[in-house]
Design a protein around this ligand. Structure first.
Ligand code: UN1
Length: 509
């Protein structure tokens, strides 16, 4: 398959040099430093993106602090209307956004459309939240006294988003923050700045007041660190690597700054001997090789019952051979490129480790750079079999199209292996046994469990996140996201006209 021709590209020439978005304006950063944005399909340079400094973070935070005071006083249903309008604009621009996303990130166009749709869904979902933002009313222990718990905005929130879902994850974090009355300082990944550029523009067009959303491009070590050090940023919501997440949590801990972390997985599929094998094969391929395995939710382990192992291997091989690899803008392509050369190298290293550890390579295992793929960053969909749970390829996150088959003798053994890893994001089981379905949803130690589907495909109105090394107990998406961006405030209203002391002036029953 040939790499997409230039003419099929979205016209993005109007922005070749990105700027920060502060207080409703595109502003040049305080430094001259820039880094390049590449199209991973063909290594074409798309733009320059700023490597901003702490000074730029300060300016963004100042704008956010002042905007937030006014924004919090806008009634929530009106705040929500901005998101509703943003949803409509995103819907209208869906194809354009998807193509631009494919260009900067590499994911195939069908998946890019899906990701933009995730953002649209989040806009409408959080717009609805503007008329809910439910608190609780409770009885008071005293007469003529009313008690309730309400959600209050935390103030200014910092969000740090990855390149693998540059628009969806940005909406998971910024939309609940905005509807709840916060202002946002956002550091998008420098690999994928166009989704940030577009989203900021769409929110502005939708009527979001200046300063409520601010975008500062740059590195973790400059912009990210500066966000942590700003006292006025009260929450950091981060999606990215485990190493960086732990660092952020450590630094925020001593500052009593709230942190919400989502840091990946080692997601397993269990295939029992009563499974519909064609369905299992489809589910495994979609979740292992979709987005070239560059999802936190990607399937990278399959615990397969020994009775069906051989057949599963054969079917997986047959179907993997049919996968087309190339530029994501070509509708016939199923597997797009890896984000960059660094990503390719890491994947290759893991494949080499797998071989050294004694895993059997069924297919793939190497970089693809022949013919039309020459200029891009492609890795062949890779399957290892006869993998044991102690091998590094069975325990560590690879973030590429590599899946390991681990033979098991029973359901219990499969669950045990599934739960043995450091991460706990997503898992799945293919079975027709209803008892196992219920046992699995209870026993699989992950934040997301699928039955008769692969490990990817979370919907935005459910909580997204995981146990153990995947995070720190918070959730993106769903109504749970509001817990990250709001403080519970207990409100007591005494209408008795006299001082009633709790615990003391309570009439005994
Ligand atoms: C991620 O990889 O961080 O469930 C997000 C899924 C997508 C989101 C993935 N809806 O696979």
């Amino acid at each position: 398959k040939s790499v997409t021709k230039r003419s099929e590209h979205v016209e993005i020439t109007q922005v070749k040099k990105l700027k920060n978005f502060i207080n409703g304006e595109w502003k040049a950063p305080s430094t001259e430093k820039m880094t390049k944005v590449y199209n991973p399909a063909d290594s074409e340079i798309l733009a320059d993106v700023p490597l901003s400094s702490a000074e730029d973070v300060k300016a963004a935070t100042r704008a956010a602090v002042s905007a937030q005071k006014k924004w919090a006083l806008v009634p929530a249903p009106q705040r929500a209307e901005v998101l509703y309008k943003a949803g409509l604009i995103m819907k209208e621009k869906k194809e354009y956004l998807a193509r631009l996303l494919t260009m900067e990130n590499g994911k195939v166009i069908e998946e890019a459309r899906g990701e933009v749709q995730e953002g649209i869904d989040m806009a409408f979902y959080m717009a609805g939240e503007g008329r809910r933002l439910f608190g609780q009313t409770t009885p008071s222990e005293l007469k003529d006294k009313f008690a309730m718990s309400v959600r209050a905005p935390v103030g200014v929130v910092g969000i740090i988003t990855p390149w693998n879902f540059p628009i969806a994850i940005a909406t998971w974090k910024s939309f609940p923050a905005i509807v709840a009355g916060n202002a946002v300082v956002w550091k998008p990944a420098t690999e994928t700045p166009f989704m940030a550029f577009e989203l900021a523009g769409i929110l502005q067009e939708s009527g979001l007041p200046e300063g409520v959303l601010n975008v500062v491009f740059g590195s973790g070590s400059n912009v990210g660190e500066a966000m942590i050090e700003e006292d006025d940023i009260r929450v950091i919501s981060f999606t990215g690597s485990n190493e960086v997440g732990r660092h952020i949590a450590g630094k925020c801990g001593s500052r009593l700054k709230k942190v919400s972390l989502e840091m990946g997985g080692k997601n397993g599929v269990i295939v029992m001997d009563d499974a519909d094998l064609s369905l299992a094969v489809e589910g495994i391929l979609w979740s292992a090789f979709g987005t070239s395995g560059q999802r936190c939710t990607a399937c990278s382990r399959v615990m397969v019952h020994e009775n069906v192992k051989k057949e599963l291997e054969e079917r997986l091989l047959r179907e993997t051979a049919k996968l087309t690899i190339g530029s994501g803008l070509d509708e016939s392509i199923k597997v797009g490129p890896i984000i960059n050369r660094g990503g390719l190298e890491k994947i290759q290293q893991y494949v080499d480790i797998g071989k050294q550890e004694g895993a059997k390579l069924l297919t793939g295992g190497s970089v693809m750079n022949q013919g039309a793929l020459e200029k891009g960053c492609y890795f062949a969909p890779t399957i290892f079999t006869d993998v044991t749970p102690d091998m590094r390829i069975a325990r560590e996150e690879i973030f590429g199209p590599v899946v390991s088959l681990i033979p098991v003798k029973s359901f219990e053994e499969a669950v045990h292996i599934n739960n043995q890893v450091e991460f706990g994001l997503s898992s799945s089981i293919f079975t027709k046994d209803v008892n196992r379905v219920f046992a699995a949803q209870r026993d699989l130690d992950t934040g997301i469990v699928y039955v008769n589907a692969g490990t990817t495909g979370a919907e935005i109105h459910l909580p997204f996140g995981g146990t153990k090394g995947t995070g720190n107990g918070h959730r993106d998406s769903g109504v749970a996201a509001l817990d990250v961006f709001t403080e519970w405030k207990a409100v007591y209203v005494d209408f008795s006209g006299r001082l009633q002391r709790a615990q003391i002036d309570v009439e005994e029953g």
